[in-house]
Design a protein around this ligand. Structure first.
Ligand SMILES: [Zn+2]
Length: 416
């Protein structure tokens, strides 16, 4: 007889055996069609894949070796698996757990219980009001309103205490009992009604209500590292941490990054900051210098434009240094300042920048005193330059071209 009832969330196989990596259970139902995101919703009798909850993300895994389980969610006390392929109701499903992800989650979650327990006790007495497991790090949110925050020295002591307790490899056990009708712990989600009360005990240290998957003893946390704090709105504090494998992976990433920086900056890690500060100072000085030069070059360019307009309808400035829009804006301001295009002028100015010796693409700006003249020159520009396009009105057209070749021809245009 196929079973029609699910084992309820609270007493799932994954919740009493964190270390079970393979398991077979019967499929009770599967949605007829995939949902909008392309997922079938599969209900199994029991599962070794943890449904997201209590700050712990869901597991991932496979059904029958090949069908990926992307997500598992709790709906009240039911558990639903999300797959991209349907599963036949009544069939036996062999589940395989993504163990690395699970063990990482269990390490961070048990680590969080340990960290919160240590911080709640004297001499710190900082209660945890929430926590969050992120991809690389996690944090506990501590109620620190009106309290003195531990000093760096004290955070170091907390870290030492965590690592001492990890060395003691104290057992972590899970207890479940039926919920009394009158009992309703505040920390339970609103839609968790009925079912069991589940507590996680770290021997001699802590007992907390929790739905998550935990390591068997503190030794499986390997090591703890406290990272940094962050003050958030309302005066609470986030304390970031990593446990176990994350600590090893993160050290590996940081070490590799440090080696790359060592190569790029040609100084040892102890001088990275000095080196970057020096480079930033250089950059600021050079940026200032470039701006001064741009202003100087622009003042010559404007004189040249004025000279061109005396004998031509169109004046062209080509800026090979690729100053782009910031340079155009300096020029535009100077053109206005010098009154090169008075209200009754029928002439126009074309600014071009980039182009890599005119063969490559570049930025364009057309300026005129009225929109008829502006459109005339803009039309000629798009006609003459390869891949040129743009738009604008009220005397200012901006665009770009894939090549600036032939731009000099535009200087001889008649706009009448
Ligand atoms: Zn928990």
């Amino acid at each position: 007889m196929p079973s029609t009832q699910q084992v309820l969330v609270g007493v799932l196989h994954c919740q009493h055996d964190t270390y079970c990596k393979e398991f077979t259970s019967q499929c009770i139902s599967c949605s007829d069609k995939p949902d909008k995101k392309g997922f079938y919703q599969v209900k199994l009798h029991d599962t070794i894949l943890f449904p997201e909850g209590g700050g712990q993300p869901s597991d991932t895994g496979y059904f029958n070796e090949t069908i990926k389980v992307h997500d598992i969610q709790r709906h009240q006390l039911e558990h639903i698996h999300y797959t991209k392929e349907p599963i036949t109701a009544g069939s036996q499903v062999k589940m395989t757990l993504d163990w690395d992800r699970r063990f990482d989650h269990a390490q961070q979650h048990s680590g969080q219980h340990l960290l919160s327990a240590v911080l709640e006790q004297a001499p710190y007495e900082l209660p945890t009001v929430g926590w969050c497991m992120k991809e690389k790090t996690s944090y506990v949110e501590l109620d620190t309103v009106g309290k003195r925050l531990p000093t760096q020295d004290e955070w170091n002591q907390v870290e030492r205490r965590l690592n001492d307790l990890i060395l003691q490899a104290l057992p972590i056990t899970c207890h479940t009992r039926a919920m009394e009708t009158t009992e309703r712990p505040d920390s339970l989600p609103d839609d968790y009604v009925g079912g069991v009360i589940r507590t996680i005990e770290i021997e001699g240290i802590d007992t907390s209500l929790c739905c998550g998957t935990h390591v068997a003893h503190l030794g499986h946390l390997h090591a703890a590292k406290i990272l940094h704090t962050e003050t958030i709105r309302g005066g609470n504090t986030r304390l970031y941490f990593v446990f176990g494998q994350r600590l090893v992976s993160s050290l590996g990433e940081q070490y590799e990054l440090s080696r790359q920086l060592n190569k790029a900056l040609s100084v040892p890690p102890s001088q990275f900051l000095d080196s970057v500060n020096r480079l930033q100072l250089q950059l600021r000085t050079q940026t200032k210098m470039v701006k001064k030069w741009q202003a100087q070059v622009a003042s010559y360019a404007v004189k040249d434009l004025k000279h061109q307009l005396e004998s031509h309808d169109v004046a062209v400035v080509y800026d090979e240094a690729d100053g782009g829009m910031p340079y155009f804006n300096i020029l535009h301001a100077l053109i206005k300042e010098h009154g090169l295009l008075p209200d009754d002028s029928q002439k126009a100015i074309l600014l071009a920048s980039g182009g890599d010796g005119q063969q490559g693409g570049g930025m364009l700006m057309v300026l005129a005193a009225n929109d008829i003249t502006l459109k005339k020159l803009a039309a000629k520009v798009t006609e003459t330059l390869e891949g040129a396009k743009g738009g604008g009105a009220r005397g200012r057209w901006t665009g770009k071209a894939t090549s600036l070749a032939g731009i000099e021809k535009l200087a001889d245009l008649k706009l009448e």
